[in-house]
Design a binder for this molecule. Structure first.
Ligand code: BES
Ligand code: MN
Ligand code: ZN
Length: 494
């Protein structure tokens, strides 16, 4: 549905030709400017400021029904993200107007400080991600995605980036897969259904899938996963995806928090706190979709995803505050708060992955704490690692795909906050301050001697409001991040 074209853009027959226009610099080649509306600089209503928009109809020199100019702001502020957002805006606007197809003109990379590849990649991502609407539960499908989006670039660039373009689509499909899982309501996303859905999606590729049932989890003595599931009618599962290409030199493991609904358990969340808790499996969705994506793209590394899946509910069987459980590692945990459930299931999965697969690096991704959202806001994830190089590799990947990650401290003296009087460790900090850090320190206690990082995506995993290339709801945060991390070989020197 998205296609890169090198033919003359004025000959592409579409509902609209979209042209991003910079406020203070000409960013097009002379050839492309030939069909621009004349006297543009005279129009008072359009100066190219971000958000500016103007349409021209009945242009005799182009095949498209109309030209729409979109302002992208000042030259010095233009980044790759500008093009993701502009392409996203163009697509969303076209969908709202009921168009079927558009063409987006890509500026001359030579006139920008962004390379041709990055420019096409960003535009493609923004357009592709924006052209997706979650309509599963709508009786009337009022909006329809565009049938075709053409990106028009210079011929030499088109051949150069053909392969990259196919890769962009695969990675974006991964993001859309994660968004769909996230947006599915919890009544249609019980642990069993969610686990089966992941296995089904992974089966298409050269991935070995394993589904651990409650019986097996119980045999393995994973007290964290079992404990959180006590209160729910639904049994827990653990999904393991193992992509192991021939000759793989390194193994990287991702662990994703899969709480299909987080009520808080006996420490029941207040009404407003329950909002959005269907998204508490977004770490699982990101880890699964990323491994599926990397397998499709034939990564040279062995990549594991370990995904514990539970529902956190209160009931007569539920875990109680004060209970002590025994984790897979053998460590005992005092449950200070049943709402700190994510770390209980992750601790089992992390130590299991370390023991079973001996990966070079373990990265867990989880909607773990409200405290992380307080610290970094809703759009930035927190990265926690005692390995500075690993934390930097993750935040570099985040900057490159605009899934921003900020390295947070791991002060060892804060570990004392997790002391328990009766067990080896408590699942909550003695102080309510620094809650994202004590959560990360708790997880670190279950890693023996492997390089490990934790990404807290409680903020960016979902969004209450739509943005330029994402609807309100699950964002798929983490899929493009992990894909970039592995595809660009950023873990090589960690
Ligand atoms: N799933 C929540 C974290 C969360 C909060 C995600 C808001 C998205 C938005 C997690 O299980 C949780 O409840 N954490 C508690 C921990 C506390 C009890 C130590 C929290 O953040 O309040
Ligand atoms: Mn919780
Ligand atoms: Zn949770």
């Amino acid at each position: 549905m998205i296609e890169l074209k090198s033919e003359r853009v004025q000959e592409i027959k579409t509902d609209a030709l979209i042209i991003p226009v910079c406020e203070d610099k000409d960013i097009y080649s002379a050839k492309n400017k030939m069909f621009f509306p004349k006297g543009l600089s005279e129009y008072k209503e359009f100066s190219g400021k971000e958000g500016d928009k103007i349409a021209f109809y009945g242009m005799s020199n182009i095949a498209a029904d109309r030209i729409i100019l979109l302002g992208i702001g000042k030259f010095c502020d233009i980044t790759e993200e500008t093009f993701r957002k502009t392409a996203g805006k163009a697509v969303k606007d076209a969908i709202a107007k009921g168009f079927e197809n558009i063409a987006v003109l890509i500026p001359d990379a030579k006139k920008l400080e962004i390379g041709a590849e990055a420019l096409i990649k960003a535009t493609g991502e923004g357009a592709y991600l924006a052209n997706n609407i979650f309509l599963e539960y709508k009786s009337k499908k009022e909006k329809k995605p565009l049938k075709k989006i053409y990106l028009s670039a210079k011929p030499e660039n088109v051949t150069q980036v053909k392969k990259l373009f196919a890769q962009i689509k695969t990675v974006c499909d991964g993001t859309l897969m994660a968004r769909k899982w996230a947006n599915t309501p919890s009544n249609d996303k019980k642990p069993k259904t969610f686990a089966a859905s992941i296995i089904k999606a992974a089966k298409q590729d050269n991935i070995k899938t394993t589904l651990l049932s409650e019986k097996e989890i119980s045999k393995l003595k994973m007290g964290g996963i079992l404990g959180v599931a006590f209160g729910s009618e639904e049994k827990p599962f653990m999904v393991i995806l193992d992509y192991n290409p021939e000759g793989a030199k390194e193994t990287y493991a991702f662990v994703g928090k899969g709480v299909t609904f987080d009520s808080g358990g006996i420490n029941l969340k207040p009404g407003s706190g329950l909002e959005g808790m269907k998204f508490d499996m977004c770490g699982a969705a990101a880890a699964a979709a990323a491994v599926i994506t990397l397998a499709k793209l034939k990564s040279k590394y062995r990549i594991i995803a370990a995904i514990p899946i539970v529902e956190n509910m209160p009931s007569g069987n539920a875990l109680r505050p004060g209970d002590v459980i025994k984790s897979f590692s053998g460590k005992t945990i005092e449950v200070g708060n049943t709402d700190a459930e994510g770390r209980l299931i992750l601790s089992d999965a992390i130590s299991y992955v370390e023991k079973e697969y001996k990966p070079k690096v373990i990265i867990d991704i989880a909607t773990l704490t409200g405290a992380c959202v307080v610290a970094l806001g809703e759009d930035i994830a927190g990265v926690f690692s005692s390995d500075k190089k690993l934390a930097k590799a993750i935040s570099d990947a985040g900057n490159s795909v605009y899934e921003r990650c900020w390295a947070m401290p791991m002060p060892l003296d804060y570990k004392k906050l997790l002391k328990s009087g009766v067990a080896d460790i408590s699942n909550i900090g003695a102080s309510r301050w620094g809650g994202a850090i004590t959560a990360a320190l708790f997880l670190s206690a279950f890693v023996k001697d492997t390089k490990w990082a934790h990404i807290d995506i409680a903020g960016p995993a979902s969004a209450k409001k739509a943005s330029d290339y994402c609807e309100a709801g699950g964002t798929g945060f983490g899929v493009r991040l992990i894909s970039d991390l592995i595809l660009k070989d950023r873990l090589k020197n960690v």
